[in-house]
Design a protein around this ligand. Structure first.
Ligand code: ADP
Length: 159
């Protein structure tokens, strides 16, 4: 059984993230989308909100589960029996950091491999930061976040 973990802050989940979840769900038998609790980051959406948003948009994928973790990523992956970490790569600017993290994770746990999926070209420019910024100005979010969460994102960020 091929089990993968897709980690991130998902503050909030975007169509770019969802595209990676969909493709990962086809590649692996089971995918854990994991909201990583990171004390260095100050998310706008609470952990519960971020998990609930992801659940709302990924319910249609029978092999996807949504969880959170405050452990080291490889420890969380091991606890789920996962041997793959999935990452989305948008641009060269993502590469340095992701490459370094993949090597570190491999050093810590050699049985776990990081698999990079190239972002769909429609979403290479898209990040949660951009979504939060657009929401502040009440912009049309339909091309950026799953429709299931648009109203809630606007209500929270747009005031
Ligand atoms: P962000 O960089 O938007 O704050 P996260 O930390 O939540 O995102 O990212 C989680 C994972 O999703 C990372 O592997 C990141 O590279 C990937 N990702 C983020 N945005 C996109 C996108 N638009 N297309 C594909 N992958 C993405």
């Amino acid at each position: 059984m091929k089990i993968a973990v897709y980690p991130g802050s998902f503050d909030p989940i975007t169509l770019g993230h969802l595209n990676i979840v969909k493709r990962a769900s086809r590649l692996f038998d089971k995918v854990y989308v994991c909201v990583m609790v990171n004390s260095a980051k100050h998310p706008i959406f609470s952990l519960q909100e971020r998990m609930e948003f992801i659940k709302r948009c990924t319910g249609k994928y029978g092999n996807v589960e949504v969880e959170y973790s405050n452990k080291l990523l490889v420890e969380y992956a091991k606890s789920r029996g996962a041997t793959f970490i999935v990452k989305g790569l948008r641009a060269l600017s993502d590469f340095d950091m992701e490459f370094q993290m993949a090597l570190m994770n491999k050093k810590m746990e050699s049985s776990i491999d990081t698999v990079f999926l190239t972002a769909d070209e429609k979403y290479t420019y898209l990040s949660s930061t951009i979504v939060r910024e657009m929401a502040r100005y009440h912009a049309d979010l339909s091309r950026f976040v799953p429709r299931e969460i648009i109203d809630d994102v606007l209500a929270k960020v747009g005031g």
